[in-house]
Write a protein that binds this ligand. Structure first.
Ligand code: IMP
Length: 521
């Protein structure tokens, strides 16, 4: 007998369950060992929407929501201010490393927070008796083209005028005073106006900067046209509600000196701190976490790293606002080999998130993200965000210079537990050694390597590639948002399947004599 083709979907009820495995069965039946991202696949779903309709909004911590689930890792070859600024502009967040002095790290945080402010609250200001020569010099050092002039040369002083590039450009006498040549006929905004009103005034004035003054005519802040333009081209940007400043994260260790470091970071405007440790279940971390939560109740704290629910429980109980998951899965990592300790990342992400999500504590899958598929899998397993080191290494926003070897343009990428990073630590900070509890070691035991990666171009192209790719991946699974992904994975609607060694071969490019793997245009 042949079944009626017009009723094919109704015959599905003949089967006890949907094709494939639900997530719990996938994890429970992997009794041969822990799963990595490559060991399984997600089965396709129904597509009845465009990929652009897929929302990637997600929780970073209990109180912070991002428009995209991407974090850059606190490593000294990955995240300094340039990376952090661009990660935030593109909808994610950068976590600034701490393999530097507290002052240097706080300065980087400050630069992120000051970038693209709707309102620039501490503009560079000059006094009326500054000379034209001094202003020309300031321009070449700072790169700005115009400065407000106030009576006392400071923000808060009575606004007298603006000195602009046009005023000084063709003025040959460098000893002339600013007040003699500044523009006095100004359009200003009154304190309290919102950004939209400010932008309208700015356009009307046809000037690059709009000074904002109080009722007494004192300078309060500035709005700048270049910032406005940047604002428009980054619709996903991660910003704080009130100040509209970019969100910024930074890492600290668990030593006494890290408390002083944190106070500087908080003063610089830090939004979220990562307690950086290869094994988060230590009394050092628990004490640090409790201290931070009682000292800075409004600061969001990401604790970790953890790979088991027992480790997670300790940190959740001590006040963690999010957890960072991963031990030994990083691309530069030799922890599992040397320490015999760690966990395959797929299982680690499932085990920790299955527990932490019950308490409303979001989790970040950290390490081992090598492509878009890994991101989808980490999120399907329960993570809210992913943290990337190697995938972003080699982009132009990372610290360090490019160099050439065998005709290829490269950058250094190194583990924070590599001998190189730990040696640098000895000389100026304790970041790397304290991450691995090695600060008193006479002989370092490396848990990471130092190497090089190819030039990947700018993350302003690479992150949108990850974003669009992730939208397409979720579309294939039949999912419109990360919230829906969570519900449908937990409800057994999203299905999984193991991937044997030969399935992995089949799923990769095969049978070609040669090919070029170009990931995006
Ligand atoms: P990746 O994205 O696979 O390159 O992994 C980056 C992650 O590896 C970081 O976010 C850290 O959690 C971790 N990591 C960084 N340095 C080391 C190291 O030296 N040894 C082990 N893990 C490391």
């Amino acid at each position: 007998m042949t079944f009626d083709t017009t009723k094919a979907t109704s015959y599905l009820s003949e089967y006890k369950s949907k094709d494939g495995l639900d997530i719990k069965t996938l994890i429970d039946s992997s009794n041969f060992g822990g799963l990595t991202y490559n060991d399984f696949l997600i089965l396709p779903g129904l597509i009845d929407f465009p990929s652009t309709a897929v929302s990637l909004e997600t929780k970073l911590t209990k109180k912070i929501t991002l428009k995209s689930p991407f974090l850059s890792s606190p490593m000294d070859t990955v995240t300094e201010e340039n990376m952090a600024i661009h990660m935030a502009l593109l909808g994610g967040i950068g976590i600034i490393h701490h393999n530097c002095t507290a002052e240097e790290q706080a300065e980087m945080v400050k630069k992120v927070k000051k970038y693209e402010n709707g309102f620039i609250n501490d503009p560079v200001v000059v006094g009326p008796d500054y000379t034209v020569g001094e202003v020309k010099k300031m321009k070449s050092v700072l790169g700005f083209t115009s400065f407000p002039v106030t009576e006392n040369g400071k923000v808060g002083g009575k606004l007298l005028g603006m000195i602009t590039a046009r005023d000084v450009q063709f003025h040959e006498d460098d000893s002339s005073k600013v007040e003699e040549i500044m523009t006095k006929d100004l359009i200003t905004g009154k304190v309290g106006i919102d950004l939209t009103e400010g932008n309208l005034l700015l356009r009307k004035s046809k000037k690059g900067k709009l000074p904002i003054i109080d009722n007494e005519g004192n300078l309060v802040s500035l709005i700048s046209l270049t910032d406005l333009q940047k604002n428009l081209s980054y619709p996903l940007a991660s910003k704080s509600f009130d100040s509209k400043q970019l969100l910024c994260g930074a890492a600290i260790g668990t030593m006494e000196a890290d408390k002083e470091r944190l106070s500087k970071l908080v003063e610089a405007g830090l939004d979220v701190v990562v307690i950086d440790s290869s094994n988060g279940s230590s009394t050092f971390q628990i004490n640090m976490l409790k201290w931070i939560k009682s000292t800075y109740p409004d600061l969001q704290v990401i604790a970790g790293n953890v790979v088991t629910r027992e480790q997670a429980a300790l940190l959740i109980e001590s006040g963690a606002d999010a957890l960072r998951i991963g031990m030994g899965s990083g691309s530069i990592c030799i922890t599992q080999e040397v320490m015999a300790c760690g966990r395959p990342q797929g299982t680690a992400v499932y085990a920790v998130t299955e527990f932490a999500n019950k308490f409303g504590v979001p989790c970040i899958a950290d390490g081992g993200i090598g492509n878009i598929g890994h991101i989808s899998k980490a999120l399907a397993l329960g993570a809210s965000c992913v943290m990337m080191g190697g995938l972003l290494a080699g982009t132009s926003e990372t610290p360090g210079e490019y160099f050439y070897r065998d005709g290829q343009r490269l950058k250094t990428y190194r583990g924070m537990g590599s001998v190189d990073a730990m040696q640098q630590t000895k000389s100026n900070a304790n970041a790397s050694t304290s991450r691995y509890f090695s600060e008193s070691d006479k002989v370092f035991v490396a848990q990471g390597v130092s190497g090089s990666v190819m030039d990947k171009g700018s993350i302003t192209k690479f992150i949108p590639y990850l974003y669009n790719g992730l939208q397409h991946s979720l579309q294939d699974i039949g999912i419109k948002s990360l919230t829906e992904l969570r519900t449908k994975v937990n409800g057994g609607d999203v299905r999984f399947e193991f991937r044997t060694a030969s399935a992995q071969l089949e799923g990769g490019v095969h049978g070609l004599l040669s090919y070029e793997k170009k990931l995006h245009n």
